[in-house]
Design a protein around this ligand. Structure first.
Ligand code: PCA
Length: 209
């Protein structure tokens, strides 16, 4: 049995819950297919500790695939991220009070890493269930982008595919949102499509500007 490591984040910016963790914790232990089981773990929302925590989870669980998730405030759909950039530019302090501005995630690293997941297939699988999803061209410049970049950096050149998904808020957030059961099901479908798809489909999904 292989392991698929799925992470969510602790709350940040004075929130009391983070839907990314509330959703992925419900998938912990799920046998996704006959050959893979999900292990869900929670990351701290801090530039200083999130990447090291993720790397430790990878070392401990020896996963065959890694998918990190986080809250994208203001988003209304399950956003499958295409690219992580080598920039930290925090609009708000993280949970340890750090607010890096225009620093590199990895000094001297490439400008960006692409997701190694089949992002278009993931979007299609979620949409086929009537759940809103899209490819996102930016994961921002806060802790989620940093974790995504460090994840791709750590696994670059390995057999282990990896990527990032941003999720909407919960209905009680007063922002664009998705009900938790819908989010859990959408994530399960996205993750299953990632695991089962070797070659991504070619389907228009971008924006003109
Ligand atoms: N969302 C933030 C960090 C943690 C989270 O869930 C982000 O998008 O960077």
């Amino acid at each position: 049995m292989k392991t698929l490591l799925l992470t969510g984040f602790e709350p940040f910016d004075h929130d009391v819950v983070n839907p990314s963790w509330e959703a992925v914790r419900q998938l912990d232990g799920l046998q996704l297919t006959e050959d893979v089981r999900i292990v869900a773990r929670r990351l701290p929302c801090a530039f200083a500790t999130a990447p090291e925590t993720l790397i430790a989870f990878i070392e401990e669980s020896n996963p065959a695939m890694v998918i990190a998730t986080g809250l994208g405030p203001g988003r209304s759909d399950i956003s499958i991220e295409r690219v992580a950039i080598n920039v930290n530019d925090a609009r708000i302090p993280d949970n340890l009070g750090a607010q890096p501005i225009d620093t590199a995630v990895v000094e001297g690293g490439p400008a960006a890493y692409f997701s190694s997941l089949p992002i278009k297939s993931m979007v299609r699988a979620v949409r086929e269930a009537g759940i809103a999803a899209s490819v996102s061209q930016t994961a921002g410049t806060f802790v989620c982008n940093q974790v995504f970049y460090r994840l791709q950096h750590a696994l670059a050149g390995s057999e282990v595919r990896s990527g990032f998904i941003h999720v909407p808020g919960l209905p009680e957030s007063g922002q664009p949102s998705m009900a938790l059961p819908t989010l859990v099901e959408g994530l399960r479908l996205a993750v299953a499509a990632a695991w089962q798809t070797q070659v991504d489909i070619v389907e228009a999904g971008g924006r003109v500007s």
